[in-house]
Design a protein around this ligand. Structure first.
Ligand code: G1P
Length: 303
């Protein structure tokens, strides 16, 4: 059965948001370029796509996003300065991001929501299934989620979203899904989706986290999707239509993720992500953990 579904090679990364939650840092710098330890958040996301075998990456950008293109391009001046100094280690770091993937860019123009951003990818993606990765969610490379989603898509066809169980008071921050069990413990079939429901309206505790593998039929549905929550064209609404009528573009499945996810979407989560990732780094972790332990003990004593 897996032979009947085309191989997935393209990843789409929406990166046109204004990043207002991080002002003034994001006045002249895209939020995707904010460092998480010592790497821009967006580089983790591109690395994740590449690790899942997707080496054709389309970024959907907007105004102010030039630094993103520069980051994934060569920087000859810096490279030759580091070469002259014989600093091979830093040279490798500079070259890492430009050697990662084949990068493409398209501008969203009007920021009319995630669904609209995905629709901007239609001419590049064409008639193949593709992945969408949202930059605010970082998935630990030791817990490969996207690979599993691709496997599920190759088995069932249609579209696949990533789901995570969240506390009832958190569900209004996410898209949520009504689910039915399948024979695989980590896979469910979606029968309905709602964007950012209230606690009472939520069909389950399952939240959609920012990873999708989509059938190209989603483009046609998106082009007819009216603005939904927040006056924006919502990807969740298009997926709801696909889930309601499998003849449009196959079924919609969910992979239940229980691994490590770091949210960088708001300031508190961003700080937590940096601390967690810094603790786990082989080079920085040991010293940083010792300092952090002392810092926390002192803080507790003062309270
Ligand atoms: C978007 C989606 C939402 C999803 C979330 C995951 O919302 O619209 O369905 O649950 O990403 O991070 P945003 O966080 O961009 O408002």
């Amino acid at each position: 059965m897996s032979q009947s579904h085309p191989r997935i090679s393209k990843a789409v990364i929406p990166a046109a948001g204004l990043g207002t939650r991080f002002l003034p840092a994001t006045k002249a710098t895209p939020k995707e370029m904010l460092p998480v330890v010592d790497k821009p958040a967006i580089q983790y996301v591109v690395e994740e796509a590449v690790a899942a075998g997707l080496d054709d990456v389309l970024m959907v950008t907007g105004r102010n996003k030039r630094p993103l293109e520069d980051h994934f391009d060569r920087n000859y001046e810096l490279e030759s300065a580091l070469e002259k100094k014989g600093d091979g280690e830093r040279l490798a770091k500079v070259q890492e991001s430009s050697d990662l993937a084949t990068m493409h860019y398209v501008r969203q123009g009007d920021p009319k929501g995630l669904g609209h951003a995905v629709l901007c990818a239609a001419p590049h993606v064409g008639d193949e299934p593709f992945a969408v990765l949202l930059g605010d969610d970082l998935i630990d490379p030791r817990d490969p989620l996207l690979q599993r989603m691709i496997e599920v898509q190759q088995e069932h066809g249609g579209s696949v979203v990533a789901l995570m169980e969240v506390a009832p008071e958190q569900i209004h921050l996410y898209g949520s899904a009504a689910v039915e069990a399948t024979t695989d413990a980590d896979v469910v079939r979606l029968s309905g989706l709602v964007e950012k429901p209230s606690r009472e309206e939520a069909p389950s505790h399952y939240a959609i986290i920012g990873r999708y593998v989509l059938d190209p039929a989603v483009f046609d549905v998106l082009s007819k999707t009216e603005p939904g929550r927040g006056g924006e064209i919502q990807l969740t609404d298009a997926l709801q239509q696909l889930a309601a009528d499998a003849t449009l573009g196959g079924p919609v499945h969910g992979v239940i993720f229980q691994g490590r996810r770091y949210d960088t979407g708001d300031r508190g989560d961003y700080l937590r992500a940096i601390v967690r990732l810094a603790c786990e780094r082989e080079d920085l972790g040991p010293d940083f953990r010792t300092w952090l332990q002392r810092f926390v003990t002192e803080e507790m004593q003062q309270r």
